[in-house]
Write a protein that binds this ligand. Structure first.
Ligand code: SAM
Length: 290
């Protein structure tokens, strides 16, 4: 028998039965729309050989669909109160394992090695808790995990930042970090009405294909990210002022002007006008001024 919980009545029944109360502080907005859940799963291009990491299974609505498509699902749920609910909704799914822990503290590399020794196609799929979207994405992208990609529901405003191009309002250090490491695409925007309780913001499903090769070559990745962060520290300031206030001491001003002129970047430009390629050039040119 199909015990899918992905509709408003079934979700409400199981929540009442277990006297579960939603915690806003944990970003608990559960999906109650089967079409959206199916679309998230189909966007991940899973096969019966795929391994899936899910973050925040909640009551298990997405987990149920993932378990039908993949070889194995490993989920991370911070809220122990969901144990009896997940025990019920996933009782027929013997290819699902739930770790009751904070994803941000999990040693993902080790867990992937342990849980997916035979899967060479691993995807992260989730309806993310919005209060920690950025740290979770940065963890997944920077820990050099053996994953093919990430399909996640996030706030529309953050999704726009991930995809943004130079000079767009939402272009910033997050856009650059994410585009340097992956190729982000918005799959669809989603209305508030498909969640219970409804969040205050609109949402988007985004797919990040991990790049085998970074988008640009840089001599020192950590320094590249420092240059990017410094350049966006105060959006209305020029590149020159931001670099002098946030990365170098004032006595480097002349050297900075010279370095920028060699690579043909006007010091009066704002960080938000530079492409990733220009930031790479900039970071390589500034290395010797450190
Ligand atoms: N997947 C379910 C769905 O789509 O209906 C629930 C998604 S809900 C937006 C986010 C889930 O993430 C909640 O179950 C919440 O308890 C869990 N969560 C919040 N912070 C977490 C963290 N740091 N690590 C793991 N899970 C977390």
């Amino acid at each position: 028998m199909d015990n899918k919980i992905s509709n408003p009545r079934k979700t409400s029944d199981i929540i009442k039965k277990h006297q579960f109360s939603f915690k806003k502080s944990l970003g608990q907005n559960f999906l109650i729309d089967e079409n959206i859940l199916k679309k998230i799963v189909s966007s991940a291009d899973l096969s019966p050989y795929s391994g899936v990491i899910e973050i925040g299974p909640g009551a298990g609505a997405l987990t149920q669909f993932l378990a039908d498509e993949a070889d194995k699902v490993v989920a991370f749920e911070i809220d122990q109160r969901l144990k009896p609910i997940l025990a019920e909704t996933l009782k027929d799914k013997d290819n699902v394992k739930v770790y009751y822990e904070d994803i941000l503290k999990a040693d993902l590399k080790k867990i992937i090695e342990m849980e997916f020794p035979d899967n060479n196609d691993i995807m992260v799929v989730a309806n993310l808790p919005y209060y920690v979207t950025t740290p979770i994405l940065m963890k997944l992208l920077t820990e050099k995990l053996p994953i093919r990609g990430i399909v996640v529901m996030i706030q529309k405003e953050v999704a726009d930042r991930l995809e943004a191009e130079p000079c767009e309002k939402s272009y910033g250090s997050l856009s650059i970090a994410v585009q340097y490491l992956s190729d982000p695409k918005v799959v669809m925007t989603v209305p508030k009405t498909v969640f219970v309780p409804q969040p205050n913001v609109d949402s988007s499903v985004i797919r990040l294909n991990i790049r085998k090769q970074k988008k640009v070559d840089v001599e020192d990745e950590d320094f590249f990210f420092k240059v990017v962060r410094a350049s966006f520290a105060q959006r209305r300031k020029t590149l020159m002022n931001n670099l002098l206030n946030n990365l170098f001491t004032k006595d480097k001003k002349e050297a900075l002007i010279k370095a920028l002129s060699v690579i043909n970047i006007d010091p009066k430009r704002r960080g938000e006008t530079l492409s990733i390629e220009e930031f790479a050039k900039l970071s390589d040119a500034l290395i010797k001024l450190r």
